[in-house]
Design a protein around this ligand. Structure first.
Ligand SMILES: N[C@@H](CCC(=O)N[C@@H](CS)C(=O)NCC(=O)O)C(=O)O
Length: 217
């Protein structure tokens, strides 16, 4: 049988890649990763041909290509229904899907003005009003979920929602967004998730630097 592959971009800058990778880990999928280095145009051109949208992540499983993070999450839930990607309770599943959808299509101010850059630190950064509104909504989501589930993760055990919001946790570290309890504890638990630790360690060692993502905003 053909090898399962996950095509991803930079581990330091690629927030969608991180989500796809965490989802595959959460599902317990065995896969090889194929990394498109941000600074090698030939390699990028070749590998991106594998992804119909020219975007990463793209999962290749049993001859199928799944090229959108939310579609990957739902596909993984279909092939690993007991993998815990979605909560057991129907109402929780509905809320989990709703907040994943919100993360997938929204928070554009935060995403554009505070990009993921695991290695970088911007102490004292002041987000603009659009990003502040996004932070407010994200922290409200986390607070409500943790209050309902009692933690330790958004829906008790880890689910696709934690993978979808994990890059936001790293953004909050990079851009010095201060969190109070219980959100600070939640952020710490996401950072301590062994799969996150593995990703962060690789991101720190990644040699490539993309100047446009290194700029101060
Ligand atoms: N909605 C897409 C977004 C994916 C996306 O924007 N990926 C970025 C990198 S994180 C990308 O591939 N950009 C083009 C490139 O890197 O060449 C998804 O859910 O997967």
């Amino acid at each position: 049988m053909a090898q399962t592959k996950l095509i991803i971009g930079s581990k330091n800058y690629g927030s969608w890649s991180l989500r796809g990778w965490l989802l595959a880990k959460l599902a317990g999928l065995e896969f090889v990763e194929e990394i498109i280095p941000p600074d090698d145009p030939m390699m990028r051109a070749e590998l991106l041909l594998l992804s119909p949208s020219y975007l990463v992540p793209c999962l290749i499983h049993e001859g199928l290509r799944i090229w959108d993070t939310l579609a990957i999450a739902e596909y993984l839930h279909e092939i690993r229904p007991k993998g815990g990607l979605l909560p057991k309770d129907r109402a929780d599943r509905a809320r989990c899907r709703s907040i994943c959808g919100e993360m997938h299509q929204g928070f554009s101010s935060l995403r554009s003005s505070m990009p993921m850059n695991i290695r970088a630190r911007h102490p004292g950064f002041v987000p603009h009003s659009g990003a502040r509104a996004d932070i407010e909504r994200i922290t409200t989501i986390w607070r409500e979920c943790l209050a309902m589930s009692k933690g330790p993760y958004l829906f008790g055990d880890l689910t696709m929602a934690d993978a979808m919001f994990a890059p936001v946790v790293t953004r909050f570290v990079t851009w010095d967004v201060k969190l109070e309890s219980p959100l600070s504890g939640y952020a710490q638990r996401i950072l301590a998730w062994p799969a996150m630790q593995e990703w962060i360690e690789h991101a720190r060692k990644e040699p490539e630097e993309v100047p446009e993502f290194e700029a101060e905003f």
